[in-house]
Write a protein that binds this ligand. Sequence first.
Ligand code: NAP
Length: 257
Amino acid sequence: MADLSGKTGLIVGVANKRSIAWAIAQAASNAGARVAVTFQGQRLEENVRDLAAGLSDPLVLPLDVTSDEQIANVFQEIDRTFGGLDFVVHGAAFAPPGELSNPFVQTTRDGFKLALDVSAYSLIALSRGALPLLEKKGGGSIVTLTYLGSERVFQNYNVMGVAKAALESTVRYLAADLGPKNIRVNAISAGPIKTLAAAGVSGFSSILQVYRDRAPLRRTIDTSEVADAAIFLLSNAGRAVTAEVLMVDGGYHATGM
Ligand code: NAP
């Protein structure tokens, strides 16, 4: 396992113990990093604080990524406590439930705006907020989470597929913008995993079965496998990798039929 000793990171997108971001937080902490984890709204605060208690000396902060004020507060607090940042993990995504079950042509203007704001624009806003803290450390690594629905059609993934396409493009533009400051920006495209967000996609279980039947590895993946890939990208082991979408999906993306 790559080493993150002495490094500090921000991890956004922990809802519960099944969250991909939670697996990354645990793996980063086990690799020696000190992390800040965030929760969205009071509904999740207790849950996230209980989970974070298992990390080494964590910082736990509120963050709704649609709020510029909360983003500013998070980085102010992290700077005060950590004195800089080495990495950021972005695992926030949302689309209103109706947008993930109605026919795609019925996508509403408000649903589109909210899905793109939470799931794609937020990576720009977080990267901008993190920039001075990453620069203090001479550079860093930003990782987001995406899905193959960005380029292929999966039933009911709908506007989230459009948001993931925007997110992956955002990764490339940010990588180009921030690369000269030694800041790398990458995405992991994870295979389907049963989490809270995934449960919002109608018929998600049938997607899991298709992966079991057709992925080269003939199985689905788990959050620890995404976390291992994330640690590679966050650590010095991934120092020449940027503007990349790394597929962690048992090879499903390569199948034709
Ligand atoms: P998850 O546990 O539900 O995590 C999604 C997180 O996004 C939750 O913590 C959620 O908080 C947060 N979020 C939503 N709106 C937010 C906002 N306005 N501000 C801050 N946080 C907000 O599900 P997950 O599957 O681990 O998702 C993590 C990432 O992986 C997402 O980008 C997802 O699209 C991506 N991904 C998932 C899969 C999969 O099959 N599970 C596959 C590929 C990629 P709330 O619960 O409060 O809304």
